[in-house]
Write a protein that binds this ligand. Sequence first.
Ligand code: 13P
Length: 253
Amino acid sequence: MRQYIIAGNWKMNKTVSESVKLAQEIVQQVKDIKKTEVVIAPTFLAAAKVADVIKGTNVKLAVQDVHYEDQGAYTGKISVDMVKEIGAEYIIIGHSEQRQYFHETNETVNLKVKKTLAAGLKPIICIGETLAEREGGKLESVLQAQVEGAYKDVSAEDALKTVIAYEPVWAIGTGVVATDEQAQDTQKFVRSLVEKLYGASVAGALRIQYGGSMKPDNAAGLLAQNDIDGGLIGGAALKADSFFAIIAAAEAR
Ligand code: 13P
């Protein structure tokens, strides 16, 4: 059985002191969570302080992006080694906001995925279609290009260390959540893409999160779907109570 993974993507929210406080609250709330993997992704600025707060607890650290070069003259960027040193385990790669606003492409996603894996860290690879793409009949071709692009030259063994987050762009931050069936159907399709690349055993083991307006009141329905193995949570991850309610829904499965 695939272990549920609930990750909070804090995006550009929370100062360092606010991040520390939220991390402390989450640590407190999830201390008895045993089955579900809990991950939080603060800003780069807060990540090292948050790492100290969650050290030795059952909460793991992610960051929200990374650069694909090792080091050098890349003003404003952060390398995998820097992320690794503070104890992060996951790196969110290819978020639709990165694709939309910061020129992320399937090619840069692939470079970042390979760099992350080479350092022994785990990518959370975000994919998803816009409303225009879905309505224009391009859902499957967009997802196929994103999945094939992200995993280009990635071995099956490494692919197993990755997590995919399916986040329909039209559901992110809008309050419009995909229905349980829409999410399930799409994620089943995504798993079939992984199967085409790596075979049934990798596809059966690889975890696929849903993201996009996942909240305490819709989490149980989504998490009950066969191909939904967790959530990548934005807004509802910014308060310990609502984040915990989603974690509890996963833990209760
Ligand atoms: P919301 O939960 O705010 O819709 O954000 C989802 C998301 O983009 C997580 O990465």
